[in-house]
Design a protein around this ligand. Structure first.
Ligand code: AMP
Length: 426
């Protein structure tokens, strides 16, 4: 083959797209219920937005960004995530001036130069919500509740929510010191990446998946034990509200997220069905990001979920096997006159919301009928010269095999069954 798709960037073929449509509809429906409005930022941003926003020491920024100069030498980056873009848009368009409290959501592709494997690709898709403008712990809980609601609406089970608080910007230097002290006792057993992280930002070590580092990480002091009073109270309130709503979670004192902008609440929803790449979604508070991007100090909370992983889980569940969309009517044609009439008929029926397809290749009737069967059509109508001349034909209902005579005119057929069939089918 002359060309293949770029490594880590795959085609989503028609067999799979019904899962995507269903997922997107599910996200939009939960967003409607929770009153989040859609935002669609561009795919490309100035590199600086991500390197400063996500953090210079993070894996995303140091290793994974698709960064390139434009024709004027400005450094641009394909977005590796959308929170920084949403916050930029919030500040740039003065959304905060009109209404500082904004509940937004997005759906779209992201790009990270990672090693492709099951559940991890270089172009992947995320949906996410961003609730900007309040520090209240009830907002953290609303965002978590949104995530659970979506999972429930998709019929997913076997999920668990890991929760932690990593404290505010004032807590971070103290916690970093505590971590540095812990890891300094066994520097030899850290991987080279973690040795760098040890110097630059030891919080990042907690994210390392390397087996030798893991044993050190399991023994590391948890962030929730090193919070200031405000952050400790905030975390207690988040847990209390989660309990009231019966939203289950487990506190994981060493959970940190891979991006530096997080403060206070962090969480991850994991699936038992996914193996190594088990995080379906992750999020938390980012109370300092709006200011960092040039806006007024504005607290915020949100999450991002990976769509490929959700679809893997959905496909693994036989209960959610997608029903193939059914065609309402297939027009099998014989001769040019038949095809010409079929083309006119199809146009007028489609304008009445009836899905219609026909043969365009002059194939034998037998082949057209097997194509109609493959398409799972509800009705079949054969139009040849006789039917065209007589202005009538026989409409066959495929499931029952019953036939009835219908009048044919270029603007329609005298059969009302199709109308109701069309309505159920779309
Ligand atoms: P993050 O933006 O790193 O917090 O990730 C949020 C979610 O996006 C993860 O829980 C995954 O479900 C998904 N995700 C992140 N990176 C990838 C990737 N390279 N391929 C597929 N999904 C991803």
């Amino acid at each position: 083959m002359a060309y293949g798709s770029v490594r880590g960037m795959r085609d989503i073929l028609p067999e799979e797209t019904p899962y995507w449509t269903r997922l997107e509809m599910g996200i939009r429906e939960v967003a409607r219920l929770y009153n989040y409005r859609e935002i669609r930022p561009p795919l490309v941003e100035q590199t600086d937005l991500f390197s400063r926003g996500i953090g210079e020491a993070t894996d995303v920024v140091t290793k994974e960004m698709y960064t390139f100069p434009d024709k004027k030498g400005r450094s641009l980056t394909l977005r590796p995530e959308a929170t920084a873009s949403v916050v930029r848009a919030y500040v740039e368009h003065g959304l905060h001036i009109r209404e500082p409290f904004q509940k937004l959501y997005y759906i779209g592709p992201m790009f990270r130069y990672e090693k492709p494997q099951k559940g991890r690709s270089r172009q992947f898709h995320q949906y996410g919500v961003e609730a900007i403008g309040s520090i209240d712990p009830t907002l953290d809980v609303e965002v978590i509740s949104f995530a659970w609601e979506l999972m429930n609406s998709l019929g997913l089970s076997g999920l668990s929510l890991r929760l932690n608080s990593i404290g505010c910007a004032a807590d971070h230097p103290r916690y970093r010191e505590v971590l540095q002290d812990h890891f300094s006792r066994n520097l030899d057993s850290l991987c080279t990446d973690c040795l760098r992280r040890y110097e630059e930002n030891p919080l990042r070590i907690l994210d390392c998946k390397n087996a030798t580092c893991r044993s050190q990480i399991e023994a590391a002091p948890g962030s929730a034990d090193h919070l200031c009073k405000d952050c400790a109270d905030h975390f207690a309130a988040v847990r209390e509200h989660l309990d009231r709503l019966h939203l289950s979670y487990t506190v994981d004192p060493r959970l940190v997220r891979g991006l530096d902008y997080y403060t206070r609440t962090v969480f991850e929803l994991v699936s038992a069905d996914l193996g190594a790449q088990d995080a379906l979604l992750g999020g938390g508070r980012y109370d300092d990001l709006v200011k960092m991007v040039g806006g007024p100090a504005t607290p915020a909370v949100g999450f991002a979920g990976g769509m490929e992983r959700l679809i893997l889980v959905l496909q693994g569940k036989s209960a959610t096997t997608m029903e193939k969309p059914r065609l309402d009517l297939f027009l099998a044609t014989l001769g040019e006159g038949g095809r010409a009439l079929a083309l006119e008929l199809a146009k007028s029926l489609r304008s009445r919301r009836i899905s219609v397809d026909l043969d365009y290749r002059g194939r034998a009737l037998r082949k057209q009928i097997s194509q109609a069967n493959r398409l799972g059509t509800r009705y079949l109508l054969v139009i040849g010269d006789d039917e065209t001349a007589a202005g009538k034909g026989r409409l066959k209902e495929m499931d029952s095999g019953e036939e009835c005579e219908v009048a044919l005119t270029p603007t329609g057929i005298s059969e009302t069954i199709l109308i109701s069939g069309g309505k159920d089918g779309t």
